[in-house]
Design a protein around this ligand. Sequence first.
Ligand code: HEM
Length: 180
Amino acid sequence: MYGLVNQAVQDFVTQHHGADTWKTVREKAGVQDPEFLPLQQYPDALTFAMVGAACEATGRDAATLVEEIGVFWVTFTAQRGYGPLLAQLGTTFPEALAALDAMHVRVALMMPNLKPPSFRVRDVKPRSLTLDYISHRAGLAPLVIGLVKGLGHKYGLQPTVRLAHAREPGGTTDVFEVTW
Ligand code: HEM
């Protein structure tokens, strides 16, 4: 993944658990570089190792920690120059969810090797919708839960996000019920 993601993990661990915890995490995960470059690609395995080490160091389970990083990501990217992209997502929360693929296409202008996920919004009702999440990466459903909650916060909402149907082994689609 692009270094921007690793920077978010680093900032999240440092801000929520302290610089000493981050030092432990980077050593355990075998982070070599003194700092991550946002537009450089790193192996996905490094990001996953950092999350694993952060769980060990903080005593939090992976699903909780990854969801928290998802919530953090929305404010983190806004501070790293991607605020306008997020602001232009849509005037309502469901509109924003429906515009995520178009947003990642714009991110890919800066990150040509981006392998973004894909989202499909269906069954839109006044206070709920169904969200399909399609990715070649497994294990990131808790991230989506945090991201969608974090995005909801931008609209003054506290959404509930429930994994309604987890992907089959070898599959690519998780289905979420989002209510607000
Ligand atoms: C402007 C803000 C955002 C930026 C700059 C951004 C950028 C990125 C980047 C760099 C990656 C790593 C992919 C790679 O390196 O191949 C990524 C992955 C991802 N993004 Fe975004 N993103 C943003 C907002 C969001 C939001 C709001 C959501 C969902 C609500 C989202 C959902 C995801 C997910 C689930 C992944 C994990 C990769 C996967 O599933 O395969 N992103 N994004």
